[in-house]
Design a protein around this ligand. Structure first.
Ligand SMILES: Nc1ncnc2c1ncn2[C@@H]1O[C@H](COP(=O)(O)OP(=O)(O)OP(=O)(O)O)[C@@H](O)[C@H]1O
Ligand code: NI
Length: 312
């Protein structure tokens, strides 16, 4: 087990009051596994991911984040900074913000490595070439400037930089949203390759079919709650939570010809969430209890689900 999150609760002070953007979330990531975090906009995916390395402006109210045996919430600023970029690195949606437009790709990559490791420039350059191979960028691109590359190539460079210090965990927040479908799939292939090198990945994505196909585990978030967490194959084959079912039904399936049923309504205002289960106003299977009581996390067949349909 590389990462274990227990009962994580993160609060923001918004204009309309305090909100819990992540509320009682527990999940874990094994070494070399790819976990996709899915859910509609505003459900707390980014807050969850950024809280791991304390890049979220939200305040952690309770919980534990155990990474490689260490409780990250007990580390001081300096220790967290050492962890960032090294053991845990991040890839964001827009690769341009992470690249220096005035420096050649190779120079930037070499500098990143030399800033953290006492190796020679030649050794660093060799590593850069190896990294470019991993992400499928021709080595001669080393002399290009960021604007001379396509969006997909830039994102590959960012990924190469993110793994240049041999991280154990890579957190990617919608890294493919700005890219076309074929390039998206290529990036996911690279991620898969990275997991075979024992790098764990947390991927935040809106693309459920892609997540199902490419990840080992899936975490489904809704209104700050973790609604379902389990093996991607299991979740896809038999979604337990009505919200997971709704997400799956709302996107076309490449292999099965079926009717698309968009999810009705919107996620709630977190400053004023519904009583009981936060999903109950939109839930086709809502029962009387769902508007009154907060559902617990229940384990069903090696899967976690937060819904009154399961358990007792
Ligand atoms: N800095 C902040 N201050 C106050 N509220 C915030 C802040 N950042 C996010 N929120 C709120 O927290 C909730 C969760 O936001 P978050 O960005 O984690 O969701 P998300 O699932 O990543 O959404 P998206 O898919 O749109 O990126 C939202 O209701 C959002 O409005
Ligand atoms: Ni987000």
């Amino acid at each position: 087990m590389l990462l274990q999150i227990e009962d994580l609760t993160v609060e923001y002070q918004s204009e309309r009051g305090k909100i819990l953007a992540v509320d009682g979330v527990s999940l874990s990531v094994n070494s070399g596994n790819l976990l996709s975090v899915v859910g509609e906009s505003g459900c707390g995916k980014s807050t969850l991911a950024y809280s791991i390395i304390r890049l979220s402006p939200g305040k952690v109210k309770k919980g534990k984040i155990i990474f490689n045996g260490k409780d990250l919430l007990s580390l001081n600023k300096k220790e967290i900074r050492q962890l960032r970029g090294k053991d845990i690195s991040m890839v964001f949606q827009d690769p341009m913000t992470s690249l220096d437009p005035l420096e050649k790709i190779g120079t930037q990559m070499v500098e990143t490595i030399l800033a953290h490791e006492k190796i020679s420039k030649t050794e660093a350059l060799n590593r850069v070439q190896e990294l470019l191979n991993i992400v499928g960028i021709p080595e001669d691109r080393i002399n290009s400037y960021p604007h001379q590359l396509s969006g997909g190539q830039r994102q590959r460079i960012i990924i190469a930089m993110a793994i240049s210090l041999n991280p154990k965990l890579l957190i990617a927040d919608e890294p493919t949203t700005a890219l076309d479908v074929i390039v998206q799939d290529k990036i996911l292939e690279i991620f898969k390759e990275l997991t075979s090198r024992n790098i764990s990945i947390i991927l935040i994505t809106h693309d459920l079919p892609l997540a199902v196909e490419r990840s080992d585990f899936i975490a489904v978030m809704y209104a700050g709650w973790l609604m379902e967490f389990g093996r991607a194959k299991d979740v896809a084959a038999s979604p337990l939570h009505p919200y997971t079912q709704g997400l799956i039904d709302s996107v076309p399936d490449l292999w099965v010809d079926r009717k698309i049923k968009p999810l009705k309504g919107f996620p709630p205002d977190l400053a004023n969430p519904p009583s009981g289960c936060r999903f109950h106003p939109r839930c086709p299977k809502a029962m009387e209890i769902c508007s009154r009581k907060i559902p617990p996390n229940v384990e069903v067949n090696n899967r976690m689900v937060r819904c009154f349909l399961y358990g007792n």
